[in-house]
Design a protein around this ligand. Structure first.
Ligand SMILES: Cc1cc2nc3c(=O)[nH]c(=O)nc-3n(C[C@H](O)[C@H](O)[C@H](O)COP(=O)(O)OP(=O)(O)OC[C@H]3O[C@@H](n4cnc5c(N)ncnc54)[C@H](O)[C@@H]3O)c2cc1C
Length: 243
């Protein structure tokens, strides 16, 4: 049973901001009152304009454990309200309000379940799955992990260096728009056959986490059920949008 952590509003200070991809930023927030969070959870950010107008959006947390430095990675939705501000404008030292930690279902913790774990990400949907793979890395023993990551081009890979350094998760990246140098796979969206070939089969009864834009998650979850995976073993997180 996942430990229940207290959920409330906190004041966060932007401690660092670094380019993550050409369209995304990595934000490091110092949240002195943060109770820690499980790998895979998210928080809400609330921005307040000088005239009092407020906008709230959810962001997955790339960090986990009992720490007060919270890491996010935000991709710009060009006509969006909140993400362009976070990607371009929010400055180091600025304070923002965050609510969390949220999401007790889409989290991973070490367990006695020996079945393998399959992570499947589309675009920025890799953020909570990276947190899960990074948490798995801290455990000496445990299940076999695989990450299948669909992303536009090699330059759009989030946490590229960290993913390349994972020792306990097999990482498999497919590109939808530009193929990687030396790759035999032509650029294009994931197909049902590829999901069947590149993920753990239903016979191994893997626990599966799927995260990304809503249409990606719904398509992949439907394929997985069609491939014989038990729906109870498939956890999904939808980021919204139509990409
Ligand atoms: C649980 C959860 C976790 C999330 N984690 C992350 C994360 O780690 N990193 C991240 O970058 N985003 C994440 N998101 C998405 C994020 O909450 C916002 O939806 C996104 O940043 C767009 O907000 P916006 O205010 O810029 O756009 P809005 O003003 O809300 O929307 C502008 C337009 O873009 C469309 N749109 C909205 N969201 C998306 C989207 N995700 N993709 C494409 N089009 C979209 C809308 O339909 C609308 O047409 C998460 C969403 C959820 C529900």
């Amino acid at each position: 049973m996942t430990e229940r952590l207290p959920v409330r509003w906190h004041v966060a200070r932007v401690a660092g901001r670094h380019p993550e991809t050409p369209s995304a930023v990595r934000l490091e927030l110092d949240v002195p009152t943060w109770p820690g969070n499980h790998a895979g959870s998210h928080l809400d950010i609330r921005l307040t304009a000088p005239d009092g107008y407020q906008a709230t959006r959810s962001y997955s947390i790339a960090s986990s454990g009992h720490v007060t430095r919270v890491v996010l990675a935000v991709d710009e939705v060009p006509d969006g309200e909140v993400s362009p501000f976070l990607v371009h404008d929010v400055a180091e030292g600025e304070q923002i309000e965050v609510h969390g930690p949220l999401g007790r279902f889409f989290v991973w913790e070490p367990s006695d379940d020996p079945s393998p774990v399959q992570l499947i990400a589309g675009g920025s949907g890799v953020v909570p799955l990276f947190a899960i793979a990074a948490a798995r890395e801290r455990e000496a023993q445990g299940e076999q992990f695989r990450l299948l990551y669909s992303v536009r081009t090699p330059r759009d890979v989030f946490f590229a260096e960290e993913l390349a350094g994972l020792a306990r998760t097999e990482v498999d990246i497919v590109h939808t728009r530009t193929r990687a140098e030396g790759s035999m796979r032509p650029a294009g969206r994931l197909t049902l056959d590829e999901v069947a070939e590149r993920t753990f089969p239903a016979s191994l009864s893997p626990r599966i986490y799927v995260c990304g834009p809503t249409p990606f998650v719904e398509t992949v979850a439907g394929w997985l059920r069609g491939l014989g995976h038990d729906a109870q073993r498939i956890r999904t997180e939808r980021f919204g949008g139509s990409r």
